[in-house]
Write a protein that binds this ligand. Sequence first.
Ligand SMILES: *[C@@H]1O[C@H](CO)[C@@H](O)[C@H](O)[C@H]1NC(C)=O
Ligand SMILES: *[C@@H]1O[C@H](CO)[C@@H](O)[C@H](O)[C@H]1NC(C)=O
Ligand SMILES: *[C@@H]1O[C@H](CO)[C@@H](O)[C@H](O)[C@H]1NC(C)=O
Ligand SMILES: *[C@@H]1O[C@H](CO)[C@@H](O)[C@H](O)[C@H]1NC(C)=O
Ligand SMILES: *[C@@H]1O[C@H](CO)[C@@H](O)[C@H](O)[C@H]1NC(C)=O
Ligand SMILES: CC(=O)N[C@H]1CO[C@H](CO)[C@@H](O)[C@@H]1O
Length: 619
Amino acid sequence: MLTLFSICFGVVLFFIGLYIRFPYFRHDCVYILKLLKVSSRRKEFRKKKPFYTILDCFLDTVKRQPDKPFIVFEGLVHSYEDIDRQSNRVAWTLRTQARLREGDTVALFVANEPCFVWLWLGLCKLGCAVSLLNCNIRSRSLLHCFSCCDASVLIASGDLKDPVVEVLPTLREQNVSVFILSKECDAEGMEALSDKMANASDKPVPPAFRSNVTMGSPALYIYTSGTTGLPKAGLVTHDKVWSPSVFLLLAGVTSDDVIYTPLPLYHGAGLLIGVCGAIERGITVVLRRKFSTSQFWDDCRKYNVTVIQYIGETLRYLCNSPKKFSDREHRVRLAIGNGLRADVWSNFRSRFGELDIKEFYAASDGNISFMNYPGKIGAIGRVNFFHKRLFPYGLIKFDSEREEPVRDSNGLCIATPQGEAGLLVSKITRIAPFLGYAGNPEQTENKKLHDVFQKGDLYLNSGDLLMIDQDNFIYFQDRIGETFRWKGENVATTEVEDVLTELHFIENATVYGVRMPGHEGRIGMAAVTIKAGREFHCSETFTHVANNLPSYAQPRFIRIKSSLEVTGTFKHMKVNLVADGFNPSAIQDPLYVLNEKEHCYDQMTMNYYKSINSGEVHL
Ligand SMILES: *[C@@H]1O[C@H](CO)[C@@H](O)[C@H](O)[C@H]1NC(C)=O
Ligand SMILES: *[C@@H]1O[C@H](CO)[C@@H](O)[C@H](O)[C@H]1NC(C)=O
Ligand SMILES: *[C@@H]1O[C@H](CO)[C@@H](O)[C@H](O)[C@H]1NC(C)=O
Ligand SMILES: *[C@@H]1O[C@H](CO)[C@@H](O)[C@H](O)[C@H]1NC(C)=O
Ligand SMILES: *[C@@H]1O[C@H](CO)[C@@H](O)[C@H](O)[C@H]1NC(C)=O
Ligand SMILES: CC(=O)N[C@H]1CO[C@H](CO)[C@@H](O)[C@@H]1O
């Protein structure tokens, strides 16, 4: 009896000891089990002939639960069956009207609306690849993105007609068929789609129309900002669609949940993690055209939302909104997203309730992802032995002056010790391939790193500096090189530089991101030189910038310099400029700040600087 008791006591002590020594042991094990489940399912999908795509998963969900709400939007409920039928109409219409066939690529220039989902599914049913254009881009950028992936058809929302009309002459030269989602269309060279769809059949689309689709066929092109100039079209194959589609499963979302997605569907987070994840779980998505601070919690209450998708900015806006008695009246139990700062994380939970936050790290053009499954504040993930075996990665020393990895005398990279920031590199393998960018072999090659830990090995350069602490939690530190992040979007500095130097009075420009107190990411700033005998025009600069760049990429501050420092390889030196920031008392040069209301750039004042620093001005 006594021995039995002491054995039990010993066992209890052992587990208490284990818990103290390894407090995250349980989390690690649960995560490994989920990863095992996901990996074995992915293996099964790959074995199936034909490959089991997210569309097949959708069709199975429709069979299982036709009447369950799939997309709820502005008070209207679209069931799984409704959306299936709508996507059939899309497929039949486009098969006749645009003669679309398997393997063709179609560009969608559509805002967050339910039709985004049925257009995408309808195109999947025809075996077409879909290129997801960011609906903020205009003119040159729009044309560039459209032509990256050899699309023959462009489909645009009714309210995006004007930017399409602007580029229509070029599209017509290239024989592109342009469809507008409206009942009628008077502009020559564009066809209305909505009326044709309304008349089309909604009978099922035969799988034979897509019989040649394999796991390696292009499913989507998702754009990321390039290191040189315009955005790059990251290829997402049908196999790769599955990686983000299981995030909701990994985060613990169940079939009873309702997810709220105010994020753009043209990004991986909205479409792949949100909508595809919902299809995988068979749940309802409450979709919103655009994130709104004032409507957020009302929506959550109205639709019984239990899971929300975020980027760091959106949770910060919610924390900055005036306090209400109803702040904790909601059923949201889980938030999933990225870019959440530690202070906002704590504020958010103490104000809106102790909900679970699952922060993750992923890139649509990457081959590695992390999830902070134990919910450690501020971290983006955790080193997990099993995950690392499946997807080898490492952090290496990076020279930020020369903007390249540091190499030792053997020409190999140097791993950073724990606690120190390093460049994330992930091994390119069969199960974690790097698919590159459509029509851009040079940029694809640029992302690869050879001879990293051994001669002959091949890694993907993520462009992100991360840090791993003593407890094996992973933290995001910074983005390197020619892009920075602002409002959840990557800004390509060279694209902004090109736009600025198009102005007749600007000689050279260098663009960089600067930190702003109380904000995630970096805000855009430019240092420019003015051509001899010319001067800086405040309103002309504004008009040009506003016409050519989406708002998140417009430089907020412009600093006029008499010359710009260059490196030995004629790259602009940004380190000192970034360090100077936008403090008017520290900068002798003329300094301007963008004024949206007055449509111009204003002289930067000390008062404005102070109100930014005190948090009075939110950008
Ligand atoms: C567009 O179509 C016309 C007539 O079919 C053809 O002559 C022309 O070469 C095409 N242009 C392009 C860019 O494909
Ligand atoms: C749709 O059907 C209606 C009624 O049959 C017809 O009047 C209309 O012209 C059709 N529209 C198109 C675009 O085919
Ligand atoms: C699939 O590929 C085969 C052989 O390449 C071809 O004959 C067939 O027409 C293709 N099917 C479709 C629907 O394009
Ligand atoms: C939300 O839940 C309540 C109580 O369970 C229910 O009465 C209501 O109909 C639900 N609302 C929606 C939109 O599902
Ligand atoms: C600045 O512009 C001039 C003229 O366009 C060019 O010759 C010069 O190389 C540029 N300087 C830098 C640093 O880019
Ligand atoms: C961990 C992770 O996201 N790995 C992905 C890397 O990219 C390939 C395809 O590009 C995916 O199949 C992996 O799942």
